[in-house]
Design a protein. Structure first.
Length: 143
């Protein structure tokens, strides 16, 4: 059994969507936004004691959901026009099509599969704009 939802808006954490063996994205949610995710997981969760959920909580980052796909997914912008996956960077705000499916091995649980991604807001700073503290001027090694 599989349950499919469109997630509420979430912040992108680690992302592996380009040139990889397994495509994945980690989304960070606020507590007020997880009800639909918890309901979808509950619908497919095995009834075994100790079954694992793909939704995790930590005091440091809040609620975290890692989704994966064996094939490359598609991304669109706010007006649903296709965009390159390279535009999906940590810090961006997205919604994704998420599929939840149960598994039995190792005590059982639920896996989250990644579908299409909608980019709602780009990352505040693209990687090439981040100041890493390197000085652009050449310096004399004797100084």
């Amino acid at each position: 059994m599989t349950e499919i939802i469109i997630t509420p808006p979430a912040r992108v954490a680690p992302v592996h969507l380009v040139e990889t063996e397994e495509y994945s994205i980690t989304l960070l949610f606020e507590a007020k936004d997880i009800e639909s995710i918890e309901q979808a997981i509950a619908k497919v969760m095995p009834k075994k004691k100790g079954a694992r959920s793909p939704l995790h909580y930590s005091k440091l980052v809040g609620y975290r959901l890692r989704l994966k796909s064996k094939s490359q997914v598609k991304a669109v912008n706010v007006v649903k026009k296709p965009i390159p996956l390279e535009n999906i960077l940590p810090g961006a705000i997205v919604r994704v099509q998420a599929s939840f499916a149960s598994y039995e091995q190792g005590g059982g649980g639920v896996t989250a599969y990644l579908g299409s991604i909608q980019l709602l807001r780009e990352s505040p700073k693209r990687v090439e704009e981040v100041d890493l503290g390197f000085d652009d001027r050449l310096t004399d090694s004797k100084s």
